[in-house]
Design a binder for this molecule. Structure first.
Ligand code: ATP
Ligand code: MG
Length: 264
């Protein structure tokens, strides 16, 4: 009986797949150490919210995860693709990693000289080798889902900030990533527009998308995320159940940050 129980527990444990594993990540810009020994695991289908004061290294950590920044040391494994900072990274490995991790930025970063449809279709053609027709079909499906089908032939500048951010999310989703990385996706938006974007993110989470979200939206962190990571001065100072950390932060730096955010 005991043996069976152990086996079942082991099976249950091995059934949990980690989509993201970051180990001992370190990064400096010249004399400035930005990340010190950052380790993080994100299980499939979970949402990790990352918070912390300005300059803590949140964006750098996220950018290292899909190698927009090159870490100095450490290891990143995304969906089984292993990147070791100490070793040369092959273009194939880099492409696979980038494809596995979709990124959404604070300022959307859409291509201004391309229509909305082209913004979403071109990466599919380039990265996945889809035909234009296949790519456009997929793009329209995603635009419909975002309630933005009528914007397909517009240029991004004719879309509101909230619409542009949903287009950016559609562009990332079109590559069928295994994890979505969001860097303060609503902080450049008016609160009422930000809500539309948060709704889309909430839906993605409910559908089981694995996500890492740098955010100051504490209600999103409390209600949607499964894990809260608090960063300060280049390190993870606290991580665990979001509501527990918010109601009973263990670190003075976390307490100070939460007070500052909640008073805004
Ligand atoms: N390309 C760069 N060159 C030099 N320093 C940089 C560079 N990018 C970031 N830094 C520095 O690294 C530190 C961490 O920056 P990072 O953007 O990761 O912080 P953050 O936690 O995302 O802050 P915020 O909440 O303001 O977005 C900061 O001190 C920043 O000035
Ligand atoms: Mg940042």
């Amino acid at each position: 009986m005991k043996v069976e129980e152990t086996t079942m527990t082991q099976n249950a444990q091995t059934a949990v797949k980690n989509v993201v594993q970051v180990r001992n990540l370190a990064k400096s810009y010249g004399p400035l150490t930005v990340l010190k020994d950052v380790s993080l695991t994100v299980a499939e289908g979970t949402v990790t919210a990352m918070i912390g004061p300005s300059g803590a290294g949140k964006s750098t950590a996220l950018r290292c995860m899909n190698l927009l920044e090159k870490p100095d040391s450490g290891e990143i494994i995304i969906d089984g693709h292993v990147i070791n900072a100490g070793k040369k990274i092959s273009p194939k490995n880099l492409a696979e990693l980038r494809r596995s991790a979709g990124m959404v930025f604070q300022h959307f970063n859409l291509f201004p000289h391309m229509t909305v449809l082209k913004n979403i279709s071109l990466p599919q053609e380039r990265v996945l080798g889809r035909s234009r027709e296949e790519a456009n079909t997929k793009s329209m499906e995603l635009l419909r889902r975002m309630g933005l089908a009528e914007k397909a032939d517009h240029y991004p500048s004719r879309c509101s900030g909230g619409q542009q951010q949903r287009i950016a999310i559609a562009r990332a989703l079109a590559l069928e990533p295994r994890v979505m990385l969001f860097d303060e996706p609503t902080s450049a938006l008016d609160p009422e527009v930000g809500v539309e974007v948060l709704e889309v993110m909430k839906e993605l989470a409910a559908e089981g998308m694995t996500m890492v979200v740098v955010t100051h939206e504490m209600s999103f962190a409390a209600n949607v995320s499964n894990e809260l990571v608090v960063m300060a001065d280049g390190s993870i100072i606290e991580k665990g159940d979001p509501r527990e950390i918010m109601s009973d932060p263990q670190h003075e730096r976390t307490r100070r940050f939460l007070r500052a955010v909640l008073e805004r």
